[in-house]
Design a protein around this ligand. Structure first.
Ligand SMILES: NC(=O)c1ccc[n+]([C@@H]2O[C@H](COP(=O)([O-])OP(=O)(O)OC[C@H]3O[C@@H](n4cnc5c(N)ncnc54)[C@H](OP(=O)(O)O)[C@@H]3O)[C@@H](O)[C@H]2O)c1
Length: 325
């Protein structure tokens, strides 16, 4: 059996140690929520709570004795997630409810049930989201990045706005730093599947920019809103991606350095839901969002006119789809 030449042993050892040290440094920089105060008596609604970041957020809040409504499009998956959480903690309360953000009918039914049974919730976490590789559309015919990642939560918040206002409940918007990368609000093509000339999924990036613009408009309208990026996290999010073998070879070391666990990424959601406070200087309108469990200023040059136009176009899209549906 051939062995590694002696002269390669030291450099490769040093490289391994350096990468490992860098990873340790990053894990510490990504941050953890240190607050362990009880959340007994607090009611949270989390969309997409059955897996990934929503699941980890639900688990952490439950362990702190919160009651959490798990708003999921598939109730069997929600119940499986509850069984899993119950193996780790018996604290808190978990309530599965059906919500498909790709259907106005489902959103309206869910909102009506919340208003009826749980009108005094403390926080709504708009977490559910997806990235599609192939053209896909919601029940009302909107392409899914716009329809699910943006318009679905827009309608949900609109239907719950009186409850949110009355209790000054928090709205947590899960955006992404991808809002800073090749993203724009393509007003003329809202809700349409567009093939952009880019290696990135521009429709996804645009939808995450919409999340930020939306949070800004909500903040201006007096809502208690926090926006965040969880970082690149190991979740089911990449389920529709089909990497080639050489992608694994080329990108594995970088991904290993950059990829945080779902539990660590969820810290940013938990921080926004329970801890972080915006102020006059640092809020969505001044471009601040939570990243690595602290406030950070976005590099995106937000445009007030676009902000209002996106809001108005969203209202119109909902009205038009509701009229023709
Ligand atoms: N993972 C990352 O690196 C990353 C980075 C930045 C931002 N984010 C954002 O973080 C959020 C959570 O993503 P994740 O990483 O946790 O992904 P995930 O593991 O794929 O979880 C996404 C959740 O959203 C739900 N969902 C998808 N479409 C839905 C619909 N039409 N109605 C209701 N629920 C729906 C999924 O339900 P099913 O299980 O039934 O499909 C699932 O529960 C997303 O908004 C994403 O954009 C993620």
């Amino acid at each position: 059996m051939s062995s590694i030449p002696y002269e390669l042993l030291i450099p490769s050892g040093l490289l391994t140690i350096s990468i490992y040290a860098l990873r340790r440094y990053k894990i510490q920089k990504w941050g953890w929520v240190t607050n362990r105060n009880s959340l007994k008596g607090k009611l949270f609604i989390i969309t997409g709570a059955n897996t990934g970041l929503g699941y980890e957020t639900t688990k952490a809040l439950t362990a702190r004795q919160a009651t959490t409504i798990m708003a999921c499009r598939n109730l069997s998956k929600a119940n499986e997630a509850i069984d899993k959480i119950r193996q780790e903690t018996k604290e808190g309360e978990l309530i599965p409810m059906e919500l498909d953000l790709a259907s106005f009918q489902s959103i309206r039914k869910f909102a009506a049930q919340i208003k009826d049974r749980y009108p005094d919730f403390h926080c709504l976490v708009n977490n559910a989201g997806l990235a599609a590789q192939e053209p896909a559309f919601t029940q009302e015919g909107f392409e899914v990045h716009f329809g699910v990642n943006h318009l679905g939560q827009f309608l949900l918040v609109d239907l719950l706005k009186d409850n949110l206002k009355k209790n000054n409940s928090r709205i947590v918007v899960v955006s992404s730093r991808m809002h800073e990368i090749e993203a724009s609000i393509d007003i003329g093509n809202l809700g349409r599947w567009v093939e952009y000339d880019s290696r990135l999924n521009r429709l996804y990036n645009n939808s995450k920019l919409m999340n930020f613009y939306y949070a800004r408009e909500l903040y201006k309208r007096g809502f208690n809103v926090h926006v965040l990026c969880p970082g690149l996290c190991h979740t089911d999010f990449f389920r529709n991606y089909d990497p080639k073998w050489y992608h694994y070879l080329l990108f594995s070391p970088i991904v290993w350095l950059m990829l945080r666990s779902a539990e660590q990424g969820a810290q940013n959601i938990i921080y926004c839901a329970t801890d972080s406070v915006t102020d006059e200087k640092r809020n969505p309108v001044t471009g601040y969002f939570v990243s690595n469990v602290k406030m950070r200023k976005s590099k995106y040059p937000f445009d007030e006119e676009i902000s209002v136009r996106l809001w108005n176009e969203s209202v119109e899209a909902i009205e038009e789809a509701s009229r023709s549906g």
